[in-house]
Structure formats: C-alpha cells, structure tokens
Design a protein around this ligand. Structure first.
Ligand SMILES: *Cc1c(COP(=O)(O)O)cnc(C)c1O
Length: 384
C-alpha cells in the first residue's frame, strides 16, 4: 500500500506536470512576474467557472476576507457575526480592522453557522454576517440571506474550503458557493481544493462598484497611477501561482468528484457503527450520490460518540494514518478573542464538536486499499 498522506500534492502534480511546468516556464520566459498575462487569464477563467461578474485575485485567503470588509466600508465598532467553529482567519481580520467580532454557535449536523444564533446576536450595530462554508459544504444560505435582507446586513462568504461546491436554494435554483452573498473570499493555499504552490487568494463579487473599489484597495488604494484615493494594501497573486492555478482549474470538478467518491466509500465503510457519525450533507441534497455536487469535502470529518477522540487520533498516528482535529478550541475560548460578552451556554454545539470531531485523509489521490485500511483501523479502535 502507498504511504497515506493527509493531502497528496505530489501524486496530483505528477498527473498535471506537463501543464504546470509549461505554464511556469511561460512566466519565466516573459518575466512578467507580477500582474502578468497569466493572472488576467486566470481571473477570467475563474469568473466563467463560478458564473460571477468579478474575480479580484490577491495574496491569500486571509487578505481576501480583510479586503472584502475594507471594500464594504465597514468601520471600527461595526459588529460582524461569524461562526465560533472555524479557522481563526475569519475572526482575525474582523479584529484587525477594529470591527467587533460576534461569534455564534454552529449546527450539529453540518458544522455550519446556525441562522437562529445569528438572528439572536443581531444588534443595531450589526453590519455583516460571515458564513464560512466549512469543510466544503455551504452554510444555510436561504436563511442567512433572508436574515441579511430583513436587517439590511452584508453577507461575506468565506469560501476558502468550498470552492466548486454548489448550493441549491429552497426554490430549486442552484449556484456556486462564492456567488451567493454580496462578496466572497477564497484561498488558494496548497491544500485547499483549488490550491497553488505557494500562497494565493481571491475576492468575488457581482457588484461593479464594489469590484472597482476592491481593485484599488489591493493595489495601495490606487485607481490612477500614484493617486492614492483610499488606504489600501499590497496584496497580489503572482504570475507563477496563477499559472499553476490555470493548470488546475480545468480539473477542479474532477478533483471534487474524486473527493466525493472517497467520501462515499468512507460512508459505506462506517455504516451501522453506532460510535461513528458520518458527515451529513445539505438537506436539499439527496445524499452522496454520483450526481450530487453540493459538498466538495475539503475535509471528511467524523464525529465519534462515547470514544476518547484523542486516543483514536493517537491510534491512527501509530498506524501511520495522518488525521486532523479541525478545530480543537472554539474561537470564543482563544486567548486573543476572549470577550466577557460571551457566555458558555451560547456555544453548546461548538463545545461538543471540539471533543468529537476527527478529519480523515481526504484528497484526489486516495485509493480503495488506503480507504479500506483507514476505515478498518478506525472501526477496530472504536468498537473494541
Ligand atoms: C484557509 C482558510 C482561510 C485563510 O486562507 P489563507 O490563504 O491561508 O490566508 C480562511 N478561512 C478559512 C475557513 C480557511 O480554511
């Protein structure tokens, strides 16, 4: 059996080597390392793929979130609601901009922000909601967009883990994540579903005015050379990274289909094991079938019941199976973000999930032998 990796970037590279090498070579030859033609081509290709009017590439997914908030003109003291159970980047940029982060609980089945908790947290100072499409599945956007409309709030999608996923609205219309709110961010960190070979990110919006504002912000607030109209940042996707992304984008749907296929195999293996809860797909979806494209499984995350999760993690590591605990500490308990406004009783789900979750290897190169070995090792431990 091939050595199991959490993410197999080498195996994936072997498959697309020619295109990647050719794209990088082209950048080396034309030496337009910053803002070269590859960046503009990638931007257009991603706009077409997502069906979104504007893609603005930038340096990483954290910048993308920050720039989206700057572009919306959020001001110190404005409250921004986001999920307690997510990667820290989301709350970090809110705090950096001196906005007030308001963390709320998530849903036990999808791990995504709970619309009821959002509604409860709204005050006259609330300006925006940041749903994170965690682990590759969209948050409940029907409910979130309705709340936003009712209270006149912006919706900023953190799509770092969800690129390529679809969301089916209650009325049956289907759209890609990142094309659902006012503005969205994504990350091209190497291990993301669409990853480059360094850092990268992008902002998406259908609002022409906002896109114009953001294009200036990413470039030192310049709309005309050496005229600085607003305070900006320097945040660019470089041409070599764009070349890598151009080689990968045509494969994104195939990559996500492979991830779903692996998830289905894991699910089948874990069926009927009472100590294991498999990931739940969105209610509008019929489950993990060949044609379902609502979940892109950035992570395949189990909940274990009545089991010492950390002992399971140690057991997997002993058997050379890499795994991850995303996330072990709720954001409201992180030193940097502790706030006396928070009450433990408001986070029952996050406080439970941090003890139960474990993410298994998930990437485009997993084979049946590896999946069977991983599943058997988990099952042997939890049923012993
Ligand atoms: C990866 C990630 C980010 C940050 O992206 P970087 O490119 O690493 O800055 C933000 N939010 C979520 C949910 C992520 O998974």
């Amino acid at each position: 059996m091939k050595k199991i990796q959490m993410v197999d970037l080498k195996g994936q590279y072997e498959d697309i080597k020619e295109n990647v090498n050719h794209g990088i070579q082209e950048v080396l030859e034309n030496t337009a390392f910053i803002n070269g033609p590859q960046v503009h081509k990638f931007q257009k290709e991603l706009e077409t793929y997502l069906g979104v009017q504007h893609v603005i590439p930038c340096a990483n997914g954290t910048d993308a979130l920050q720039i989206a908030m700057m572009g919306l003109g959020l001001k110190p003291g404005d409250e921004v609601i986001t999920a307690d159970f997510t990667f820290a980047a989301t709350v970090e940029v809110i705090a950096l901009l001196q906005l007030t982060p308001v963390l709320v609980d998530v849903e036990i089945d999808t791990f995504n922000i709970n619309p009821k908790a959002i509604e409860k947290a709204i005050t006259p100072k609330t300006k925006a909601i940041v749903p994170v499409h965690l682990f590759g599945q969209a948050a409940n956007m029907d409910a979130i967009l309705e709340i936003a409309k009712k209270h006149n709030l912006y919706v900023i999608e953190d799509n770092a883990q969800g690129i390529g996923a679809n969301y089916t609205f209650a009325n049956g219309t289907k759209k890609k994540t990142g094309n659902l709110g006012h503005v969205a961010s994504t990350s091209f960190f190497p291990s993301k579903n669409l990853g480059c070979y360094g850092d990268g990110g992008a902002i998406f919006t259908n609002d022409d005015g906002l896109a114009h504002t953001i294009r200036g912000i990413v470039n030192h607030g310049m709309y005309q050379r050496y005229h600085h109209d607003v305070v900006g940042v320097n945040s660019r996707l470089d041409s070599i990274q764009a070349a890598v992304l151009r080689a990968k984008l045509p494969n994104l749907d195939t990559y996500n289909t492979k991830r779903r296929a692996s998830a289905r195999k894991y699910n089948d293996a874990f069926k009927g094991i009472p100590q294991i809860e498999i990931p739940v797909t969105h209610t509008s979806c019929t489950g993990i079938c060949e044609s379902c494209d609502c979940h892109v499984f950035h992570q395949y995350t189990l909940k274990v019941k009545g089991i010492d999760r950390d002992a399971l993690v140690a057991h997997l590591q002993k058997n050379e199976i890499p795994c991850g605990v995303y996330y072990p500490i709720p954001l409201h308990s992180q030193k940097a973000y502790i706030d006396e406004r928070y009450n433990e009783a408001d986070f029952p789900v996050t406080n439970q999930l941090i003890k139960e979750v474990v993410s298994l290897p998930m990437h485009t190169e997993l084979d049946d032998e590896q999946i069977a070995f991983i599943a058997k090792t988990v099952i042997d431990f939890v049923t012993k």
